[in-house]
Design a binder for this molecule. Structure first.
Ligand SMILES: *Cc1c(COP(=O)(O)O)cnc(C)c1O
Length: 479
């Protein structure tokens, strides 16, 4: 290995890092010869390049042929957008206003920048769109910098209703010096307790209140929270990293229309674009600050290929987004109901399971969310754990997050949901049978050992999933 051991990294991950380094790059012994794991510093770099290409191809096979991606935090790109991501613009410069770029040769690039910003403003009904934002986390940091000073207090969603780390101490908010106070939660509504929020806001006098998170089941009371923000002189940020697809596809009201001062998002989740960020506003003063934060603040040159791919993504949404979002939402509703009928209980509040493209499953019967997600991966389903407002599971998440953005973009329909649900339910039950039932039994995470009935069942399901998966070769909802 060439790096020193990272003492602060958990032992399990350190071992994995070492294993990867040794497998691909050898032991660090320059005399050891030419190929294979023991060849180290003498490993020809051409072989390393082959390895990287092989790993990318294997990852693509996993996602494009062998599994259904039920993780709403990732999606598949329009192939034309994907092609632009690998275009030459990705290594070109871009800094400065259109018409006044600092370097020469950027007259096409500045047009891409303007087209994408215009499409973003049109799709999201915003007066101002900032596309020079590398990620959703950075979009939130820009929003914090535009509205708050270090030392200020903000109110944000706790993790039990999908609150994201970027709004909290360990994330962008904390790193920028903000103090985050958790918003009071009304579990039955899977939302804020508005009376308690108003009282809290009067007490802590936040500069910013944030809404939106990594699991969104029902529309958020944006207009009511804006009233509370106005009363205490705070701004309101809506984090649409996950729910931007429901907004773009007009399934949910647009938080900017409802009074949010700022709306941030990731563009690779329900939007199905490149790994990038976007920040929107109707407020000129905030937008002027954000412009200066984007440049010369936190970026110099931005990734033009990502902005070009985002432009294609936004054009797709303007043309086909309402149908795409409606189908994501309809499929999520039927999948949640079918899972419940198959004995796998979704998190339920007074409004039901979900009114969006995503929902949560109660993980306790399966040993925890991450434990269950590992079982599901064995069976050919990609998911993840998530926090839910239900009793905690020591050492694991108490929920499993399921979403429909990718399966729908690949062409799945409502009629496919019962079969999908029965395969998921079979896999979870098989995993549970292998001993992963006890909440404290973290070791039971990976279902069974080779040759157990659980293992055989998961293999059988994985084979059926893979065969079914191969029927979905297209990417739908393109302009
Ligand atoms: C994913 C996510 C982010 C961070 O987005 P990145 O683009 O991954 O940096 C921010 N907020 C919420 C609610 C998220 O789910």
């Amino acid at each position: 290995m060439f790096q020193s051991p990272q003492a602060w990294v958990p032992a399990e991950s350190r071992a994995r890092i070492e294993e990867i380094a040794r497998t691909h790059l050898g032991e660090g012994d320059p005399t050891a010869g030419d190929h294979g794991p023991e060849t180290s510093a003498a490993t020809p770099m051409a072989a390393v390049v082959d390895r990287i290409e092989d790993l990318v191809a294997a990852s693509d096979r996993l996602h494009d042929e062998e599994t259904f991606n039920l993780n709403p935090a990732s999606n598949v790109l329009n192939p034309r957008a994907a092609a632009l991501l690998s275009s030459g613009t990705g290594s070109r410069t871009s800094l400065g206003y259109p018409g006044d770029k600092y370097e020469m040769g950027l007259e096409h690039i500045e047009q891409i920048e303007v087209i994408t910003a215009e499409l973003a403003a049109r799709l999201f009904h915003a007066s101002f769109a900032e596309v020079r934002v590398p990620s959703g986390a950075m979009a939130n940091l820009y929003a914090f910098m535009a509205t708050c000073a270090p030392g200020d207090t903000i109110i944000a969603s706790p993790a039990t209703i999908g609150g994201h780390v970027t709004h909290h101490a360990a994330g962008a908010a904390g790193l920028y010096g903000l103090r985050t106070v958790d918003a009071p939660v009304d579990v039955a509504a899977y939302s804020y307790d508005l009376d308690a929020l108003a009282a809290l806001a009067r007490e802590v006098r936040p500069r910013l209140i944030t809404m939106g998170g990594s699991l969104n089941l029902f529309e958020h009371p944006v207009a009511k929270v804006r009233e509370i923000a106005d009363e205490v002189g705070a701004h309101l940020l809506f984090d649409a990293a996950h729910v931007c697809g429901m907004i773009a596809g007009k399934q949910w009201a647009n938080p900017l229309d409802e009074g949010a001062h700022l709306m941030s998002m990731s563009t690779y989740k329900s939007l199905g674009g490149p790994t990038h960020g976007l920040l929107l506003s109707n407020d000129a003063a905030l937008s002027e600050r954000i412009d200066a934060i984007a440049f010369p603040g936190l970026t110099a040159n931005f990734d033009v290929s990502a902005v070009a791919a985002l432009g294609v993504t936004l054009a797709d949404w303007i043309e086909t987004g309402e149908d795409y979002a409606a189908r994501m939402r309809a499929c999520a509703a039927v999948l949640a109901r079918s899972l419940a009928e198959a004995g796998v209980q979704p998190f339920e509040c007074e409004r039901g399971f979900t009114d969006s493209h995503q929902f949560g499953l109660l993980a306790a019967p399966f040993g925890g969310g991450t434990t269950a997600a590992r079982v599901l991966e064995r069976a050919g389903f990609l998911t993840s754990g998530i926090g839910l407002p239900v009793p905690e599971i020591p050492g694991d998440q108490n929920g499993i997050r399921i979403g429909t953005p990718e399966i729908v973009r690949r062409g799945m329909e409502v009629a496919d949901m019962p079969r999908l649900a029965s395969l998921i339910a079979r896999a979870l039950t098989a995993g549970g049978d292998s001993g992963a039932k006890s909440a404290g039994d973290a070791e039971a995470g990976v279902a069974g050992t080779a040759g157990t009935p659980a293992e055989a069942t998961l293999d059988e399901i994985a084979a059926e999933v893979s065969a079914w998966r191969r029927e979905f070769t297209e990417v739908r909802f393109t302009a």
